[in-house]
Design a protein around this ligand. Structure first.
Ligand SMILES: NC(=O)c1ccc[n+]([C@@H]2O[C@H](COP(=O)([O-])OP(=O)(O)OC[C@H]3O[C@@H](n4cnc5c(N)ncnc54)[C@H](OP(=O)(O)O)[C@@H]3O)[C@@H](O)[C@H]2O)c1
Length: 277
């Protein structure tokens, strides 16, 4: 039986993760903003489920809730940094408040959570952190620039910290789902459209989202099954794309980056101190 600490569990992947883990007999400490959202699960599995209130934009609360969780559980095997949402609209259209909230939730919220759990994981001799990123942590759609900034940002943070804490037997799995059927689409924070963007790619994505033409192939339950499978592996990959959309988009983007790197190799090497003129 493993013990898990999960953020953002009121709906979507976070809630399904709680359900599947409780069904298989694990112990879950679920954090959420809306107390009461997991009352049905508490009624069924109250002996193995504990809920704690946490808004991940509240840095002080993160430290307090993480300490409370480790005191209650003594050992926590897997931490899942899942809480997040998308801000949609052209970068120019977003208000400073919208940008701040997006960064505070997905990026700095995840950073503070990871920093808060590390001393506890070191003290218990190790542990695993699952960061829910997105295919959008490696590729970019027009209209999601701030969301991508958070997911690319957290992936860079995690890749670096993973190297720092490997000597303490702490490891990471970055989960990168493609578009998946959860409350994500309804939960999007939207900018106020500017007329000048009407005939641009960002507006095309806006129209595709509104008309249902934006293809969502990811199954939330299967995504969570794959996340659990990865978290159970002895040696999981640092990054795991989930869903055929994520596979196709990431593979195309990586191939293009390698192609471009090679095309401009001569310019790249020309910057060395000992480069031949
Ligand atoms: N669905 C997709 O297409 C998709 C694809 C790739 C990655 N993801 C990622 O998957 C994760 C989960 O999203 P989802 O698809 O399951 O969407 P979801 O159903 O909207 O769930 C998002 C969860 O995050 C919580 N949350 C949002 N802001 C929070 C905050 N400040 N503090 C604490 N909790 C907060 C929400 O709580 P409230 O109910 O209180 O708002 C909710 O429980 C996110 O990190 C998202 O970026 C989703």
């Amino acid at each position: 039986m493993k013990t898990w600490l999960i953020t953002g569990t009121s709906t979507g992947l976070g809630r399904l993760l709680c359900e599947q883990l409780l069904e298989r007999g694990d112990r879950v400490i679920a954090t959420l903003r809306k107390q009461g959202a997991l009352d049905d699960l508490l009624a069924l599995h109250g002996d193995r489920l504990q809920t704690l209130t946490l808004d991940v934009t509240d840095t002080e609360a993160i430290t307090a809730v993480v300490s409370q969780a480790f005191e209650a559980a003594e050992r926590i095997d897997v931490i899942v940094s899942n809480a997040g949402y998308g801000l949609f609209g052209a970068a120019e259209e977003a208000s400073p408040e919208q940008i701040e909230r997006q960064l505070a939730t997905n990026l700095t919220g995840s950073i503070h959570l990871i920093r808060a759990v590390l001393p506890h994981l070191r003290a218990q001799g190790g542990g695993r952190i699952v960061q829910v990123s997105s295919e959008g942590g490696q590729i970019a759609y027009p209209g999601f620039s701030l969301y991508h900034a958070t997911k690319w940002g957290i992936e860079g943070f995690v890749e670096s910290v993973a190297k720092e804490v490997a000597p303490f037997a702490i490891d990471f799995v970055i989960i990168e789902p493609g578009p998946t059927a959860t409350h994500f689409a309804e939960g999007l924070d939207r900018t106020t459209p500017m007329a000048c963007y009407e005939d641009t790619p960002a507006a095309e994505v806006r129209r595709a989202l509104a008309s249902g033409a934006f293809v969502v192939k990811g199954d939330a339950g299967r995504t969570v099954e794959a996340l659990i499978h990865a978290a159970d592996m002895t040696h999981p990959p640092l990054r795991l794309a989930l869903g055929s959309t994520a596979y196709a988009s990431i593979s195309e983007a990586l191939a293009e980056r390698i192609r471009s790197l090679e095309e401009y190799r001569h310019v790249t090497f020309s910057a060395d101190i000992d480069a031949k003129a």
